[in-house]
Ligand binder design. Structure first.
Ligand code: AMP
Ligand code: ZN
Length: 466
């Protein structure tokens, strides 16, 4: 089946074909680094991660840009409240964000542009918009985009022309769909901005949030590129405004496929920092919840459905994941020298999983294939019906599942930290000396550090506990 994605522009599933055969240029709106990201944000970032992993498995080269919003209304307000420089505030949260990405096994992007590194490019684009007659300066030294000058305004969010309030202006970075207005491109400096300002042809000030993404995406990926993603709350005004700015500045199409993830909810409401009903990843991992299980929970639905987060589902998710890892252990026992192939091997089951994903990333469909297969293989192992080739195929399928979803804890000595290997070696020595109580103590310590050790005919084997 051909690869298809639901495009918010057309509100239909469309066959996906990149501009340049074999290469996908992908832009995903990154975090606003005024605080630590919450797991709602990570639902969107994880959906984007699986989208990218699927494209890679289907043989595309993916060029991925994720921006870091390090200047906007929220970052400035927070830096003033906390009496720290904008840079100090945003550096801390950017660093935490990267740590969370790693813990959640999100593949790194190729570029992480920071808005403050692109101010000159943003000013050049704003000048171009003024020259093109779609932007105007106001008396206070701000610049606005005139929505009446762009007849396609509202195309992404499906706004009705009679709802537009052209000539009326909105200063704030975020606002609702109720009355779309001329939005700000350059905001003149105000005392409440403190020291945050840049010189510009219109006097001191700073860019609006929307121009940041239009400029960083086109500077790195070109005027036209393949996929632009974010959460559904980005559709309006952020992405609508990005399209208006980029199309009017470059005359090009800008992004061709717009793919948006639905929200992560808590008790029926959107998880958000402003509502205070959120978990950070570290809130959960500090309490002992495993990032692989959280990753599983945040991916365990279709990206276009709302997903309700509840820790009451943690055990169920953990045991689902464990069924997959336990099967890997069983297969590895039969083929202990199995090494991950450099390139993916697509087995028949692997192809069925990818075929489900080809249909607008149908994760529930892919999971159904995976768990049916796990059950069937366990049954065949119980009946001792698995030949060496079947074992190898099973391990290739598990490798594909891991490349697609990033769920399986690492195995193999190369991924086990040195201090754990040291404990394992000491435990082995204690066993050989028949000092069982010391061996048990060492096993307990290994477990406390989040690893488990299993004794096999080939010697002790270590894996990360989930
Ligand atoms: P922000 O840091 O607020 O700019 O958000 C970063 C990303 O997280 C954006 O793509 C948002 O659309 C997305 N996002 C924010 N809240 C949620 C939520 N509750 N569920 C899913 N995605 C969200
Ligand atoms: Zn953006």
């Amino acid at each position: 089946m051909a690869l298809r994605f639901y495009n918010t522009l057309s509100r239909r599933k469309e066959r996906f074909q990149p501009l340049e055969p074999g290469t996908v240029k992908l832009y995903t709106c990154g975090p606003t680094v005024y605080d630590q990201a919450h797991i709602g944000n990570f639902r969107t970032f994880l959906f984007e991660d699986v989208l990218k992993r699927h494209l890679l498995l289907r043989g595309f080269n993916v060029i991925h840009v994720m921006n870091i919003t390090d200047v906007d209304d929220k970052t400035i307000r927070r830096s003033i409240e906390q009496n720290v420089s904008l840079k100090a505030l945003t550096d801390i949260h950017t660093k935490r964000f990267f740590a969370d990405l790693e813990n959640l096994r999100i593949l790194p992007a190729d570029y992480y542009p920071r808005a403050t590194d692109y101010i000159e490019d943003m000013q050049a684009t704003i000048q171009q918009l003024i020259r093109n007659g779609v932007a105007y300066e106001t008396e206070d030294g701000s610049v606005y985009f005139s929505i009446a000058a762009y007849p396609d305004y509202g195309k992404l969010a499906h706004l009705k022309p009679n709802e537009m309030q052209s000539g009326e202006r909105v200063q704030s970075d975020d606002y609702t769909k109720d009355n779309p207005m001329d939005f700000v491109l350059w905001k003149s400096w105000k005392p409440e901005d403190g020291p945050v300002k840049w010189e510009s042809p219109w006097g001191p000030g700073r860019p609006g949030w929307h121009i940041e993404c239009s400029v960083m995406s086109t500077k790195i990926l070109g005027d036209e590129f393949d996929i632009h993603c974010g959460g559904v709350d980005n559709i309006f005004p952020h992405h609508e405004n990005e399209i208006a700015q980029a199309v009017c500045a470059t005359g090009s199409t800008f992004a061709r496929y717009w793919i948006h993830a639905e929200h992560l909810m808590v008790d029926g409401g959107k998880m958000s920092k402003s509502l205070g009903n959120f978990y950070r990843l570290s809130d959960l991992t500090d309490k002992g919840y495993h990032p692989a299980v959280i990753r599983y929970m945040l991916l365990n639905s279709h990206y276009r459905s709302k997903l309700n987060f509840s820790l009451s589902k943690y055990e169920e998710s953990r045991s689902a994941l464990e069924r997959i890892t336990a099967l890997r252990d069983r297969l590895m026992d039969r083929q202990p020298d199995f090494a991950k192939p450099e390139n993916v091997v697509i087995t028949d089951t692997g192809e069925s999983i990818l075929t489900a994903m080809d249909d607008d990333l149908d994760v529930p469909g892919a999971l159904a294939v995976i768990f049916d297969w796990v059950r069937a293989i366990n049954g065949r192992l119980d009946e001792r019906k698995m030949a060496k080739d079947d074992i190898l195929n099973g391990l290739f399928t598990l490798d594909l599942i891991d490349r697609l979803f990033g769920w399986l804890p690492e195995t193999g000595a190369d991924r086990v930290p040195a201090d754990i290997l040291d404990l394992v070696a000491r435990r082995q020595a204690a066993r050989e000396a028949k000092n069982w109580s010391l061996a048990d103590e060492l096993r307990a310590e290994i477990r406390e550090r989040g690893w488990s050790v299993k004794d096999t005919p080939q010697g002790p084997k270590c894996s990360k506990e989930i």
